[in-house]
Ligand binder design. Structure first.
Ligand SMILES: [Zn+2]
Length: 424
């Protein structure tokens, strides 16, 4: 058998798929216009800016209203002559994203709605060092449940969750979180099992990366290149360059805590010597006297520093110097002009910043022409949980058609159902 190979009857077989995908593309186009509009936008304006016909816009807007992705805001003039038109805006009562964070000083849960507004933020102080993953995640599951219930009372439905963990993540596995005593911990599966009845898709990601995304959002992208340094359970960095998070080829970038500061220095649990973490972790700053029960490590350090304890002030000086040395290498390589001190470091910034700046000024080649700014992160210790919740809700914002398809009792944007039925 020779001759060209032709698929048999390709058009009929592919048509429903293509129609479905075209409808999804148009729905996403319309949704993005409403998302990006600085004022409530009318159906007439949507038709004008997208080039879609008025009946298509009407169908798509009906789907978006049914899925509670957008809402009508009442009548608004759109700047033209004639009668006022119904304005459309992003809904603050529909799908929402959940963020969960395991911190040095406890567990946090937060919910962000589609407009990007934080609607729920809860924190439970506890010490989780050397607690097993099942225990920590069972506690976190209870906080997730409470968060979902709290926002349900405000007519919000949590549809997806992101867990922030202090270590490199590989397909849901936390490869290494020494401060928690975790290695190859299947945090995604454990949390999914513990929250089974909530039926949420769960993503696991590195906390410094999520915190950097939170800061990027909080600064309204006015700062588009920065290193976010997260101090807490270990030290991590989220690197944002030209508005994009640099994850690295395997998603493991930013392990700042294991940058060598003093080659012959103190041994680190990672097997190396003189890592930043051995000088600037909360544990290192606390020294031989851990935080007493009922106090968190960062609050305890701040209290000792406020009281003028010489050992604590000296440890903070050493931590700031080590942090500045490690960051200088990073800044020389990456050409980034801003450092945000986040996590527990945002609470300790007043004691760390001067030494960080001194080292950077001395070691980064280009500071004579372009000084590097060092300041506390805007979201403070909540950056990771808010970044996680934003990342969750962003999945809906990026793929509104996919979200509508997953809604119970729906097979997608309303008019797409017919071709699907016909072919099946
Ligand atoms: Zn190390």
């Amino acid at each position: 058998m020779t001759g060209p190979i032709r698929p048999s009857r390709p058009r009929q077989a592919e048509q429903p798929v293509r129609q479905q995908s075209l409808r999804s593309i148009n729905l996403e186009l319309v949704f993005r216009q409403i998302l990006g509009a600085t004022h409530p936008i009318s159906r007439t304006e949507l038709a004008a800016v997208t080039g879609l016909t008025r009946p298509t816009i009407t169908r798509i807007v009906d789907d978006l209203l049914t899925g509670r992705l957008v809402t009508e805001t009442g009548f608004a003039h759109d700047g033209r002559a004639g009668r006022p038109r119904v304005g459309l805006t992003i809904s603050d009562r529909g799908p929402a994203g959940l963020g969960l964070d395991i911190r040095a000083d406890g567990l946090a849960a937060g919910v962000v709605d589609l407009t990007g507004t934080v609607r729920h933020l809860a924190f439970a102080p506890a010490t989780y060092a050397d607690r097993g993953a099942p225990t920590v995640l069972a506690d976190l599951a209870r906080m997730a449940e409470a968060a979902v219930a709290a926002v349900a009372a405000e007519d919000l439905a949590v549809v997806t969750a992101t867990l922030a963990v202090p270590g490199p993540v590989d397909a849901g596995l936390v490869r290494s979180a020494p401060a928690l005593g975790w290695r190859d911990a299947d945090a995604g599966t454990l949390l999914r099992a513990a929250t089974r009845h909530l039926d949420l898709p769960i993503t696991v990601d590195n906390e410094a990366n999520l915190a950097a995304l939170g800061e990027l959002y909080a600064t309204h992208r006015s700062l588009d290149s920065f290193v976010y340094v997260s101090g807490g359970l270990g030290i991590g960095a989220g690197i944002v360059l030209d508005g994009q998070l640099m994850r690295g080829s395997r998603g493991w970038s930013g392990e700042l805590g294991h940058v060598t500061v003093y080659p012959d220095g103190k041994p680190c649990p990672c097997g190396s010597r003189g890592c930043l973490q051995t000088y600037a972790s909360l544990e290192a700053i606390l020294g031989a006297e851990p935080a007493p029960p009922g106090s968190t490590p960062d609050a305890e350090i701040a209290a000792r520093a406020d009281a003028g304890r010489p050992d604590t002030l000296a440890a903070l000086d050493a931590a700031g110097t080590a942090l500045g040395v490690a960051l200088s290498d990073m800044l020389n390589i990456l050409d980034i002009g801003s450092v945000l001190l986040g996590g527990s470091f945002s609470l300790l910034a007043s004691w760390l910043t001067a030494n960080v700046r001194t080292e950077i000024d001395q070691r980064v080649l280009t500071t004579d022409w372009a000084p590097v700014t060092v300041r506390p992160a805007l979201l403070g210790p909540d950056a990771a949980v808010i970044g996680a919740a934003l990342t969750s809700v962003d999945q809906v914002r990026q793929q509104p058609a996919g979200w509508l398809l997953r809604q119970p009792g729906r097979s997608g944007p309303a008019r797409s159902r017919q071709p699907a039925k016909r072919s099946g």
